[in-house]
Design a protein around this ligand. Sequence first.
Ligand code: HEM
Length: 119
Amino acid sequence: MVDGIVIPQGTLIYIPIRAVNTCTAIWGEDAEEFCPERWLNLPKAYHPSYSFLSFFAGPHTCIGKAMAIYEMKAILAGLIANFEFEPTHEGQQANHTAGITMRPTDGMPLRIKRIYRPY
Ligand code: HEM
């Protein structure tokens, strides 16, 4: 029994990671929008384990989660400190695919320029 619902033994349950990650009841009406700032002011309904399931939760949660996040931050910091990124055309949008791993449908080509900083 889960939340008052009887689940027969052997039932295969699909946990919709993307639906949880973009649930408006947790994240608000702009849940589908790319808004990294939301992590600075988390909503009241946010739960540290169950509101963002990209790395899953519970006994089989990803053991590489912290490492993967540090790695992404380090790479991103290196990229934005050294390059400028621009869309290839006006109105370019990042439309994602639905799949086991998500990616932009068009590969999201960008114009990239090296920034030379005097140190
Ligand atoms: C962006 C990067 C990553 C994402 C999105 C991710 C996501 C996930 C997810 C969703 C699961 C649960 C799978 C399931 O139970 O069916 C998982 C499990 C796991 N991940 Fe990751 N992962 C990432 C990076 C890594 C890295 C860097 C490592 C190792 C250094 C790693 C090691 C593992 C292991 C060993 C499990 C199995 C845990 C278990 O079943 O007890 N992952 N990961």
